[in-house]
Write a protein that binds this ligand. Structure first.
Ligand code: NDP
Ligand code: GDR
Length: 326
């Protein structure tokens, strides 16, 4: 039975990936941080077969211990301070977790597999945020990186460290440059879920309006369930490599609002939406659109859920959740 260790198991992607690997017959281990992590119950309830190990990406000794106790064939490094807006307020913490945490994890893998450095396959959760002030449209694996936030800069560090460990030690270390991917499990701080939750509450009369920042930013949004399959596919390749994972379509926050409100029968959303400086960023990433041709050719990967299907899925799930009183 193959085995895998997932950092960031309590996050959106960690949950989908763990489900996918369990369905494939993996022995799945997850790293969980902190004393009395409030999301431990969620993971244990949803995924009782996952074995949890205490550890923190800023604490190398805990990662070495988790590697020893899980002895995985594959490591998926999904843990991060992942909220871009928060990364300006907490740049040193973001650097420690999202940047240096990758180095810590690579070191833990290297030390654990010193006898055969290609033995453990490593996946790094790189991001389209690394493209930032985009230097090419659409963005591909070779596009020059120009990050625009402490989060983006930290991801660039982790990305190149992963490539460096592959080139220096021959480790099977791959990086997935994933564009935005969403789901009903998306954290409520991210714009798509913030909108789907608010639309559901407005529809049910529980909320009056929604306050947002920049409505003109454009993102290449896909479904998280599709994207975790790409992570797994990358680690099944003989050679480690880097891949852009995206839909190849870009949509503005305004378009997301239009589809989300229309789903509950509201055609004119303007009266329900206010803008506030509070949600504007010191430096914005205006438009992202990815070219996943390499992943399609090498991995046979393609997204399945369309943008309208994604919006409908998220709004419907939040309407149900609100009705159930969650
Ligand atoms: P989430 O924010 O949902 O999850 C982040 C995870 O990281 C949580 O499990 C969190 O655990 C964990 N974490 C935070 N700090 C630490 C730490 N110090 N040590 C160990 N674990 C920690 O992110 P997603 O699931 O959306 O994303 C997964 C990864 O993919 C992240 O690295 C993200 O940056 C990257 N990514 C995401 C994209 C997206 O659109 N979703 C696109 C491109 C990249 P806890 O519950 O304890 O807080
Ligand atoms: P992003 O996602 O920064 O792309 O990072 P987010 O949903 O936070 O922002 C997307 C765009 O929406 C604009 N926006 C708002 N954003 C939030 N969160 N809240 C608002 O009220 C709001 N109003 C407008 C933002 O300015 C931005 O342009 C996500 C994360 O998952 C990262 O970890 C990941 O690496 C990237 O996607 C790819």
């Amino acid at each position: 039975m193959p085995s895998a260790l997932i950092t960031g198991i309590t996050g959106q992607d960690g949950l989908y990936l763990a489900e996918l690997l369990l369905a494939k017959g993996y022995d799945v281990h997850g790293l969980i941080r902190g004393q009395n992590n409030p999301r431990r119950d969620l993971v244990e309830g949803l995924l009782p077969d996952v074995r949890l190990h205490n550890g923190d990406l800023t604490d190398l000794s805990s990662l070495i211990r988790a590697m020893r106790d899980s002895d995985p064939d594959e490591v998926y490094n999904l843990g991060a301070v992942s909220f871009v807006a928060y990364s300006w307020e907490n740049a040193p913490l973001t650097t420690d977790v999202t940047g240096k945490g990758v180095l810590n994890m690579l070191e833990a893998v290297r030390l654990h597999s010193a006898d055969d450095l290609g033995r453990i396959r490593f996946y790094q959760a790189s991001s389209s945020e690394m493209f930032g002030k985009v230097q090419e449209v659409p963005q591909r694996e070779t596009t020059l990186l120009w990050p625009r936030s402490p989060y983006g800069v930290s991801k660039v560090f982790g990305h190149y460290m992963t490539i460096n460990y592959r080139e220096s030690y021959g480790m099977h270390a791959s990086s997935g440059i994933l564009f935005n991917h969403e789901s009903p499990r998306r954290g409520p701080e991210f714009v798509t879920r913030k909108i789907s939750q608010a639309v559901a509450r407005i529809h049910l009369g529980a909320q009056k309006d929604i306050v947002l920042g920049n409505l003109d930013a454009e993102r290449d949004w896909g479904f998280a369930g599709d994207y975790v399959e790409a992570m797994w596919l990358m680690l099944q390749q003989e050679q480690a490599d880097d891949y852009v994972i995206s839909t190849g379509e870009t949509h503005s926050i305004r378009e997301f609002l239009t589809l989300a409100f229309a789903r509950v029968g509201i055609d004119d959303w303007e009266p329900y939406v206010r803008q506030d400086e509070r949600f504007m960023r010191p430096a914005e990433v205006d438009q992202l659109i990815g070219d996943a041709a390499k992943a399609k050719a090498a991995l046979g990967w393609e997204p399945r859920v369309s943008f309208p299907e994604l919006v409908a899925m998220m709004v419907d799930a939040d309407v149900e959740a609100q009705k159930a009183g969650w």
